[in-house]
Design a protein around this ligand. Structure first.
Ligand code: DHB
Ligand code: MG
Length: 220
């Protein structure tokens, strides 16, 4: 097949950021300004085009019950909560209270605080006891990469058929195929999970080149 993809440039990326509904988002912009001040770790925040896509997908499937693993300062949780159907709830798993103290303020600013619940601690321990009040419609996995597969196996049985699970950073900046860097524990874990998902009869998945690569998986 001919190359039907394009390499993004900064100006082209700026263009696509502009050409979205609700591109002017003072809450997410203020949250990004504050998150950026944290330094290098700020790269864990999801981009605003990814946030738009997640709100879009949550709305598209009519999601009411959602889970996120890895909240950081709150951009992804706001984008999920904004898309939920009336009465819907997002359960956030995060282990670092420093990030949550920022996220909480922005949940208020975005007016989604009533739709979000938090479980503070190690997600592997918390998920072992977690039972949602209804089958989950939407899951976002964006925490420590070596535990993605654990989160997947813990949450997939709690999802409804047709539910959507999104994994963040599934291209790892290209390192999944880098001759040497592919062998770090995190990169191997992501690569192994991509292979597993692509061959997993329980889901239908597609790896899209939004942000750092998103695996979109629909439960069959
Ligand atoms: C890292 C983690 C993320 O989830 C992300 O989106 C970007 C970077 C990291 O661990 O460096
Ligand atoms: Mg991420």
């Amino acid at each position: 097949m001919p190359n039907k993809y394009i390499a993004l440039t900064d100006p082209l990326y700026d263009y696509l950021l502009e050409q979205r509904s609700d591109a002017d988002d003072s809450v997410l912009e203020a949250l990004w300004a504050e998150t950026k001040n944290l330094g290098e770790i700020s790269q864990m925040a999801i981009s605003h085009d990814q946030a738009s896509l997640m709100t879009f997908l949550v709305k598209l499937i009519g999601a009411k019950w959602a889970v996120e693993v890895g909240t950081f300062t709150g951009t992804s949780s706001i984008s999920i909560a904004r898309g939920l159907a009336p009465g819907g709830k997002l359960m956030c798993f995060e282990q670092d209270f420093r990030w949550i103290s920022i996220a909480r303020r922005y949940w208020m600013k975005a007016g989604v605080q009533d739709r979000i619940e938090l479980r503070l601690g190690k997600a592997q321990d918390l998920l072992a006891h977690y039972r949602p009040q209804a089958p989950l419609d939407f899951v976002f996995i964006d925490a420590d990469k070596e535990s993605y597969d654990f989160y997947y196996e813990a949450l997939l049985p709690l999802m409804r058929i047709g539910g959507l699970i999104i994994f963040d950073n599934m291209l790892k900046g290209g390192e999944v195929i880098h001759p040497t860097k592919r062998n770090t524990p995190a990169n191997r874990a992501i690569d192994q999970l991509n292979h597993k998902l692509a061959n997993d009869p329980r889901v239908q998945c597609v790896l899209v080149t939004v942000a750092d690569g998103l695996q979109l998986c629909r439960k069959r």
